[in-house]
Write a protein that binds this ligand. Structure first.
Ligand SMILES: [Zn+2]
Length: 412
Protein backbone atom coordinates (compact mmCIF):
# COMPACT_ATOMS: atom_id res chain seq x y z
CA UNK A 1 0.00 0.00 0.00
CA UNK A 2 2.81 2.34 0.79
CA UNK A 3 4.35 1.65 -2.61
CA UNK A 4 0.99 2.44 -4.15
CA UNK A 5 0.77 5.64 -2.16
CA UNK A 6 4.17 6.64 -3.46
CA UNK A 7 3.11 5.78 -6.98
CA UNK A 8 0.00 7.90 -6.56
CA UNK A 9 2.10 10.82 -5.42
CA UNK A 10 4.31 10.45 -8.47
CA UNK A 11 1.34 10.11 -10.82
CA UNK A 12 -0.32 13.20 -9.34
CA UNK A 13 2.90 15.15 -9.61
CA UNK A 14 3.46 14.04 -13.21
CA UNK A 15 -0.16 14.77 -14.17
CA UNK A 16 -0.12 18.20 -12.63
CA UNK A 17 3.26 19.01 -14.12
CA UNK A 18 1.89 17.89 -17.47
CA UNK A 19 -1.18 20.08 -17.04
CA UNK A 20 1.02 22.99 -16.08
CA UNK A 21 3.43 22.42 -18.96
CA UNK A 22 0.76 21.65 -21.53
CA UNK A 23 -1.47 24.50 -20.42
CA UNK A 24 0.95 27.20 -19.41
CA UNK A 25 -1.29 30.21 -19.63
CA UNK A 26 -4.35 30.94 -17.60
CA UNK A 27 -6.28 31.71 -20.76
CA UNK A 28 -6.07 28.11 -21.83
CA UNK A 29 -7.30 26.79 -18.50
CA UNK A 30 -9.96 29.46 -18.43
CA UNK A 31 -13.27 27.80 -19.10
CA UNK A 32 -16.25 29.71 -20.38
CA UNK A 33 -17.63 32.18 -17.88
CA UNK A 34 -19.30 30.38 -15.04
CA UNK A 35 -23.07 30.49 -14.67
CA UNK A 36 -25.52 28.80 -12.34
CA UNK A 37 -26.65 26.66 -15.27
CA UNK A 38 -23.09 25.49 -15.84
CA UNK A 39 -22.60 24.78 -12.15
CA UNK A 40 -25.83 22.80 -11.99
CA UNK A 41 -24.81 20.84 -15.06
CA UNK A 42 -21.44 20.10 -13.47
CA UNK A 43 -23.20 19.06 -10.28
CA UNK A 44 -25.38 16.54 -12.07
CA UNK A 45 -22.32 15.17 -13.87
CA UNK A 46 -20.49 14.76 -10.56
CA UNK A 47 -23.56 13.11 -9.03
CA UNK A 48 -23.77 10.67 -11.94
CA UNK A 49 -20.08 9.91 -11.55
CA UNK A 50 -20.54 9.33 -7.84
CA UNK A 51 -23.44 7.00 -8.55
CA UNK A 52 -21.41 4.94 -11.00
CA UNK A 53 -18.44 4.94 -8.61
CA UNK A 54 -20.70 3.62 -5.89
CA UNK A 55 -21.92 0.84 -8.16
CA UNK A 56 -18.35 -0.01 -9.05
CA UNK A 57 -17.44 -0.02 -5.37
CA UNK A 58 -20.34 -2.34 -4.59
CA UNK A 59 -19.16 -4.66 -7.37
CA UNK A 60 -15.61 -4.54 -6.05
CA UNK A 61 -16.84 -5.28 -2.53
CA UNK A 62 -19.00 -8.15 -3.77
CA UNK A 63 -16.10 -9.57 -5.72
CA UNK A 64 -13.84 -9.28 -2.65
CA UNK A 65 -16.43 -11.13 -0.57
CA UNK A 66 -16.74 -13.91 -3.14
CA UNK A 67 -12.97 -14.25 -3.38
CA UNK A 68 -12.70 -14.43 0.41
CA UNK A 69 -15.31 -17.19 0.56
CA UNK A 70 -13.49 -19.09 -2.18
CA UNK A 71 -10.23 -18.76 -0.26
CA UNK A 72 -11.95 -20.12 2.84
CA UNK A 73 -13.21 -23.08 0.82
CA UNK A 74 -9.73 -23.64 -0.62
CA UNK A 75 -8.22 -23.60 2.87
CA UNK A 76 -10.67 -26.28 3.95
CA UNK A 77 -9.89 -28.37 0.87
CA UNK A 78 -6.18 -27.97 1.56
CA UNK A 79 -6.62 -29.24 5.12
CA UNK A 80 -8.62 -32.21 3.81
CA UNK A 81 -5.88 -32.96 1.30
CA UNK A 82 -3.20 -32.71 3.97
CA UNK A 83 -5.13 -35.12 6.17
CA UNK A 84 -5.61 -37.53 3.30
CA UNK A 85 -1.92 -37.36 2.40
CA UNK A 86 -0.87 -38.09 5.97
CA UNK A 87 -3.35 -40.99 6.17
CA UNK A 88 -1.93 -42.40 2.95
CA UNK A 89 1.61 -41.99 4.23
CA UNK A 90 0.72 -43.72 7.48
CA UNK A 91 -0.86 -46.55 5.55
CA UNK A 92 2.25 -46.88 3.37
CA UNK A 93 4.47 -47.05 6.45
CA UNK A 94 2.23 -49.67 8.00
CA UNK A 95 2.12 -51.72 4.79
CA UNK A 96 5.90 -51.63 4.50
CA UNK A 97 6.24 -52.78 8.11
CA UNK A 98 3.69 -55.56 7.48
CA UNK A 99 5.62 -56.69 4.43
CA UNK A 100 8.83 -56.87 6.42
CA UNK A 101 7.24 -58.77 9.28
CA UNK A 102 5.40 -61.08 6.89
CA UNK A 103 8.62 -61.83 5.09
CA UNK A 104 10.30 -62.62 8.35
CA UNK A 105 7.44 -64.73 9.58
CA UNK A 106 7.29 -66.75 6.41
CA UNK A 107 11.06 -67.12 6.39
CA UNK A 108 10.88 -68.60 9.84
CA UNK A 109 8.13 -71.00 8.89
CA UNK A 110 9.87 -71.94 5.67
CA UNK A 111 13.12 -72.37 7.51
CA UNK A 112 11.40 -74.73 9.91
CA UNK A 113 9.92 -76.85 7.16
CA UNK A 114 12.93 -76.65 4.88
CA UNK A 115 15.27 -77.53 7.71
CA UNK A 116 13.10 -80.56 8.39
CA UNK A 117 13.22 -81.62 4.76
CA UNK A 118 16.54 -80.46 3.39
CA UNK A 119 18.52 -79.59 6.52
CA UNK A 120 21.12 -81.76 8.23
CA UNK A 121 21.71 -85.42 7.38
CA UNK A 122 19.70 -86.74 10.29
CA UNK A 123 16.66 -84.90 9.04
CA UNK A 124 17.35 -86.19 5.55
CA UNK A 125 17.38 -89.67 6.86
CA UNK A 126 14.25 -88.91 8.69
CA UNK A 127 12.58 -87.49 5.59
CA UNK A 128 13.40 -90.49 3.53
CA UNK A 129 12.10 -92.79 6.10
CA UNK A 130 9.36 -94.43 4.07
CA UNK A 131 6.88 -94.39 6.92
CA UNK A 132 7.02 -90.59 6.96
CA UNK A 133 6.81 -90.05 3.22
CA UNK A 134 3.22 -88.78 3.41
CA UNK A 135 4.27 -86.32 6.06
CA UNK A 136 7.01 -85.04 3.72
CA UNK A 137 4.57 -84.47 0.85
CA UNK A 138 2.24 -82.72 3.25
CA UNK A 139 5.00 -80.41 4.43
CA UNK A 140 6.04 -79.61 0.86
CA UNK A 141 2.47 -78.66 0.01
CA UNK A 142 2.18 -76.41 3.02
CA UNK A 143 5.47 -74.73 2.19
CA UNK A 144 4.35 -74.09 -1.34
CA UNK A 145 0.97 -72.78 -0.25
CA UNK A 146 2.51 -70.55 2.35
CA UNK A 147 5.01 -68.99 -0.03
CA UNK A 148 2.32 -68.56 -2.62
CA UNK A 149 0.07 -66.88 -0.06
CA UNK A 150 2.97 -64.77 1.09
CA UNK A 151 3.85 -63.70 -2.45
CA UNK A 152 0.27 -62.75 -3.20
CA UNK A 153 -0.18 -60.81 -0.01
CA UNK A 154 3.06 -58.92 -0.48
CA UNK A 155 2.08 -58.26 -4.09
CA UNK A 156 -1.27 -56.85 -2.99
CA UNK A 157 0.45 -54.75 -0.31
CA UNK A 158 2.89 -53.41 -2.84
CA UNK A 159 0.04 -52.65 -5.17
CA UNK A 160 -1.65 -50.71 -2.36
CA UNK A 161 1.59 -48.86 -1.64
CA UNK A 162 2.03 -47.85 -5.25
CA UNK A 163 -1.66 -46.82 -5.44
CA UNK A 164 -1.15 -44.69 -2.36
CA UNK A 165 1.96 -43.14 -3.85
CA UNK A 166 0.00 -42.33 -7.02
CA UNK A 167 -2.77 -40.80 -4.93
CA UNK A 168 -0.20 -38.74 -3.06
CA UNK A 169 1.20 -37.41 -6.34
CA UNK A 170 -2.31 -36.51 -7.48
CA UNK A 171 -3.06 -34.82 -4.17
CA UNK A 172 0.19 -32.87 -4.39
CA UNK A 173 -0.87 -31.67 -7.85
CA UNK A 174 -4.26 -30.66 -6.47
CA UNK A 175 -2.51 -28.87 -3.63
CA UNK A 176 -0.38 -26.99 -6.14
CA UNK A 177 -3.44 -25.99 -8.13
CA UNK A 178 -5.22 -24.82 -4.99
CA UNK A 179 -2.19 -22.77 -3.99
CA UNK A 180 -2.15 -21.11 -7.39
CA UNK A 181 -5.86 -20.43 -7.22
CA UNK A 182 -5.48 -19.02 -3.73
CA UNK A 183 -2.66 -16.71 -4.84
CA UNK A 184 -4.77 -15.53 -7.78
CA UNK A 185 -7.72 -14.82 -5.50
CA UNK A 186 -5.53 -12.92 -3.08
CA UNK A 187 -4.14 -10.87 -5.95
CA UNK A 188 -7.63 -10.09 -7.17
CA UNK A 189 -8.67 -9.04 -3.64
CA UNK A 190 -5.67 -6.72 -3.51
CA UNK A 191 -6.62 -5.22 -6.88
CA UNK A 192 -10.23 -4.72 -5.84
CA UNK A 193 -9.11 -3.17 -2.57
CA UNK A 194 -6.90 -0.74 -4.44
CA UNK A 195 -9.85 0.15 -6.59
CA UNK A 196 -11.89 0.72 -3.47
CA UNK A 197 -9.34 2.78 -1.60
CA UNK A 198 -9.71 6.52 -1.91
CA UNK A 199 -8.46 7.75 -5.23
CA UNK A 200 -5.58 9.99 -4.21
CA UNK A 201 -4.01 11.34 -1.06
CA UNK A 202 -4.37 15.04 -0.73
CA UNK A 203 -7.25 15.03 -3.13
CA UNK A 204 -10.76 15.88 -2.12
CA UNK A 205 -13.26 13.09 -2.65
CA UNK A 206 -16.14 13.24 -5.08
CA UNK A 207 -18.70 13.55 -2.29
CA UNK A 208 -16.88 16.57 -0.89
CA UNK A 209 -16.68 18.16 -4.34
CA UNK A 210 -20.42 17.67 -4.72
CA UNK A 211 -21.20 19.15 -1.32
CA UNK A 212 -18.91 22.16 -1.98
CA UNK A 213 -20.54 22.74 -5.35
CA UNK A 214 -24.03 22.50 -3.84
CA UNK A 215 -23.08 25.10 -1.24
CA UNK A 216 -21.80 27.44 -3.96
CA UNK A 217 -24.92 26.95 -6.07
CA UNK A 218 -27.00 27.73 -3.01
CA UNK A 219 -24.88 30.81 -2.32
CA UNK A 220 -25.19 32.24 -5.84
CA UNK A 221 -28.82 31.27 -6.20
CA UNK A 222 -30.15 32.39 -2.83
CA UNK A 223 -27.73 34.95 -1.42
CA UNK A 224 -26.62 36.68 -4.63
CA UNK A 225 -29.91 35.93 -6.47
CA UNK A 226 -27.96 35.10 -9.64
CA UNK A 227 -30.03 34.24 -12.73
CA UNK A 228 -29.49 30.87 -14.41
CA UNK A 229 -27.51 32.21 -17.37
CA UNK A 230 -26.07 35.31 -15.80
CA UNK A 231 -22.30 35.00 -15.38
CA UNK A 232 -21.15 34.71 -11.79
CA UNK A 233 -18.79 37.62 -12.51
CA UNK A 234 -21.72 39.90 -13.43
CA UNK A 235 -23.85 38.65 -10.61
CA UNK A 236 -21.22 39.06 -7.90
CA UNK A 237 -19.63 42.22 -9.31
CA UNK A 238 -18.63 44.52 -6.44
CA UNK A 239 -19.86 41.94 -3.95
CA UNK A 240 -16.47 40.37 -3.35
CA UNK A 241 -14.49 42.72 -1.12
CA UNK A 242 -11.48 43.97 -3.03
CA UNK A 243 -8.04 44.23 -1.50
CA UNK A 244 -4.59 45.38 -2.42
CA UNK A 245 -2.44 42.75 -0.69
CA UNK A 246 -2.28 39.24 0.58
CA UNK A 247 -0.51 38.69 3.91
CA UNK A 248 0.98 35.73 5.68
CA UNK A 249 -1.96 33.94 7.32
CA UNK A 250 -0.21 33.40 10.68
CA UNK A 251 1.60 35.84 12.94
CA UNK A 252 4.60 33.63 13.62
CA UNK A 253 6.27 30.52 12.35
CA UNK A 254 9.00 28.98 10.29
CA UNK A 255 9.00 27.96 6.61
CA UNK A 256 9.23 24.18 6.87
CA UNK A 257 8.53 23.29 3.25
CA UNK A 258 8.70 25.20 -0.01
CA UNK A 259 6.41 25.02 -3.04
CA UNK A 260 7.55 22.46 -5.65
CA UNK A 261 9.01 18.96 -5.93
CA UNK A 262 10.34 17.52 -2.70
CA UNK A 263 11.39 14.30 -0.96
CA UNK A 264 10.58 13.76 2.67
CA UNK A 265 10.07 11.03 5.26
CA UNK A 266 6.46 10.19 6.04
CA UNK A 267 5.65 7.36 8.48
CA UNK A 268 9.28 6.23 8.30
CA UNK A 269 9.43 5.97 4.52
CA UNK A 270 10.87 8.29 1.92
CA UNK A 271 8.19 9.85 -0.19
CA UNK A 272 8.39 12.26 -3.11
CA UNK A 273 5.67 14.56 -4.27
CA UNK A 274 4.93 17.94 -5.66
CA UNK A 275 4.17 20.29 -2.81
CA UNK A 276 1.36 22.63 -3.84
CA UNK A 277 1.94 25.16 -1.13
CA UNK A 278 4.12 26.76 1.48
CA UNK A 279 4.28 25.25 4.98
CA UNK A 280 4.24 27.50 8.02
CA UNK A 281 5.35 25.39 10.99
CA UNK A 282 4.61 26.83 14.42
CA UNK A 283 2.59 26.71 17.59
CA UNK A 284 -0.40 24.40 17.54
CA UNK A 285 -3.67 26.26 18.14
CA UNK A 286 -2.33 29.65 16.99
CA UNK A 287 -4.82 31.79 15.06
CA UNK A 288 -4.95 31.45 11.28
CA UNK A 289 -6.23 34.51 9.38
CA UNK A 290 -7.53 35.00 5.88
CA UNK A 291 -4.56 36.12 3.76
CA UNK A 292 -6.68 38.99 2.46
CA UNK A 293 -10.16 40.42 2.05
CA UNK A 294 -12.48 37.96 0.42
CA UNK A 295 -15.24 35.40 0.69
CA UNK A 296 -15.09 31.84 1.95
CA UNK A 297 -15.61 29.64 -1.14
CA UNK A 298 -15.28 26.07 0.10
CA UNK A 299 -14.67 24.12 3.28
CA UNK A 300 -13.71 20.47 3.66
CA UNK A 301 -13.70 18.92 7.08
CA UNK A 302 -11.42 16.27 8.55
CA UNK A 303 -9.98 14.96 5.28
CA UNK A 304 -7.64 12.00 5.66
CA UNK A 305 -5.00 13.99 3.83
CA UNK A 306 -5.28 17.71 4.51
CA UNK A 307 -7.56 17.65 7.53
CA UNK A 308 -9.78 20.70 7.86
CA UNK A 309 -9.41 22.78 4.69
CA UNK A 310 -10.70 26.28 3.88
CA UNK A 311 -10.64 28.06 0.51
CA UNK A 312 -11.15 31.82 0.22
CA UNK A 313 -11.77 33.89 -2.93
CA UNK A 314 -10.03 37.24 -3.31
CA UNK A 315 -9.74 40.06 -5.78
CA UNK A 316 -6.36 41.65 -5.25
CA UNK A 317 -5.62 44.71 -7.36
CA UNK A 318 -8.23 43.50 -9.84
CA UNK A 319 -6.77 39.97 -10.08
CA UNK A 320 -8.62 36.94 -8.82
CA UNK A 321 -6.99 34.48 -6.47
CA UNK A 322 -8.10 31.62 -4.27
CA UNK A 323 -6.13 30.86 -1.12
CA UNK A 324 -6.26 27.50 0.67
CA UNK A 325 -5.50 26.67 4.33
CA UNK A 326 -4.95 22.99 5.29
CA UNK A 327 -4.44 20.94 8.46
CA UNK A 328 -6.51 23.39 10.50
CA UNK A 329 -7.24 22.44 14.10
CA UNK A 330 -10.55 24.27 13.97
CA UNK A 331 -12.75 26.16 11.51
CA UNK A 332 -14.24 29.51 12.51
CA UNK A 333 -15.98 30.59 9.27
CA UNK A 334 -18.63 29.24 6.91
CA UNK A 335 -19.05 29.14 3.12
CA UNK A 336 -20.21 32.48 1.72
CA UNK A 337 -18.92 34.46 4.69
CA UNK A 338 -17.18 37.73 3.92
CA UNK A 339 -13.79 38.01 5.56
CA UNK A 340 -11.10 40.64 5.81
CA UNK A 341 -7.38 40.03 6.15
CA UNK A 342 -7.97 40.37 9.91
CA UNK A 343 -10.64 37.68 10.20
CA UNK A 344 -9.54 34.62 12.10
CA UNK A 345 -10.70 31.67 10.01
CA UNK A 346 -9.34 28.85 12.16
CA UNK A 347 -6.39 27.59 14.17
CA UNK A 348 -3.15 25.92 13.23
CA UNK A 349 -3.40 22.12 13.51
CA UNK A 350 -1.51 19.29 11.85
CA UNK A 351 -0.41 17.56 15.04
CA UNK A 352 -0.96 13.88 14.20
CA UNK A 353 -1.75 12.98 17.81
CA UNK A 354 -4.40 15.71 18.03
CA UNK A 355 -5.79 15.93 14.48
CA UNK A 356 -5.73 12.13 14.27
CA UNK A 357 -7.85 12.05 11.09
CA UNK A 358 -5.17 13.83 9.07
CA UNK A 359 -2.54 11.34 7.86
CA UNK A 360 -0.63 13.85 5.74
CA UNK A 361 0.92 15.96 8.46
CA UNK A 362 3.79 14.99 10.74
CA UNK A 363 3.70 18.06 12.98
CA UNK A 364 1.93 21.29 13.78
CA UNK A 365 1.92 23.49 10.66
CA UNK A 366 -0.29 25.40 8.27
CA UNK A 367 -0.20 24.44 4.61
CA UNK A 368 -0.90 27.62 2.64
CA UNK A 369 -1.76 27.23 -1.03
CA UNK A 370 -2.77 29.71 -3.76
CA UNK A 371 -4.31 29.50 -7.21
CA UNK A 372 -5.38 32.07 -9.77
CA UNK A 373 -9.09 32.55 -10.40
CA UNK A 374 -11.96 32.17 -7.95
CA UNK A 375 -13.47 28.93 -6.70
CA UNK A 376 -17.05 28.76 -7.92
CA UNK A 377 -16.26 31.03 -10.84
CA UNK A 378 -13.17 30.13 -12.85
CA UNK A 379 -13.30 26.59 -11.47
CA UNK A 380 -15.64 24.57 -9.31
CA UNK A 381 -13.51 21.84 -7.82
CA UNK A 382 -10.34 20.82 -6.03
CA UNK A 383 -8.86 19.55 -9.30
CA UNK A 384 -9.67 22.93 -10.87
CA UNK A 385 -7.88 24.61 -7.98
CA UNK A 386 -4.79 22.39 -8.38
CA UNK A 387 -4.71 23.05 -12.14
CA UNK A 388 -4.36 26.79 -11.41
CA UNK A 389 -2.03 26.42 -8.46
CA UNK A 390 0.83 28.90 -8.20
CA UNK A 391 3.77 29.37 -5.86
CA UNK A 392 2.34 31.32 -2.88
CA UNK A 393 5.55 33.36 -2.81
CA UNK A 394 4.30 35.10 -5.95
CA UNK A 395 1.64 36.83 -3.90
CA UNK A 396 2.70 36.50 -0.26
CA UNK A 397 6.08 37.45 1.16
CA UNK A 398 7.85 34.84 3.28
CA UNK A 399 11.40 34.14 4.49
CA UNK A 400 13.50 31.47 2.76
CA UNK A 401 13.11 27.79 3.59
CA UNK A 402 13.94 27.23 7.26
CA UNK A 403 13.57 30.91 8.05
CA UNK A 404 11.38 32.16 10.88
CA UNK A 405 9.10 35.19 10.80
CA UNK A 406 7.16 37.33 13.15
CA UNK A 407 4.21 39.51 12.16
CA UNK A 408 2.12 39.14 9.04
CA UNK A 409 3.51 41.76 6.74
CA UNK A 410 7.16 42.29 7.75
CA UNK A 411 9.14 41.80 4.52
CA UNK A 412 11.89 39.15 4.35
ZN1 LIG B 1 2.22 21.59 2.97
Amino acid sequence: MKVLKKLCYIIVAVCVLFVQIALPTNNKVEAKANTLRKMKQELSELEAKLESNKKEQQQSQASINTSKKEIEQISKEKVDIENEVSELSEEITKLNKDIVSMNEEIKEILNYYQLSSTGDSSALEYVFDSSDYTEFIYRMAITEQLSQYNDETIKSYNKKISDNEDKKVKLADMQKELNLKEAELEKSIEQQKNKLSESLDGAVGLEDEISALRKNINLYENTYKCKLDETIDECTADKLPAGSSLYRPVVSGRISSNYGSRSYKLNGRWTSDFHYGLDFAGTHGEAVYSAGNGKVAAIFEKKSCGGNMIYINHIINGKKYTTGYYHLGSIKVSVGQTVTYNTQIGTRGGNPSIETWDHCSTGSHLHFTVSTGNWGNEFNSYSGFIARNINPRKVVNAPALGGSFSGRNVKY
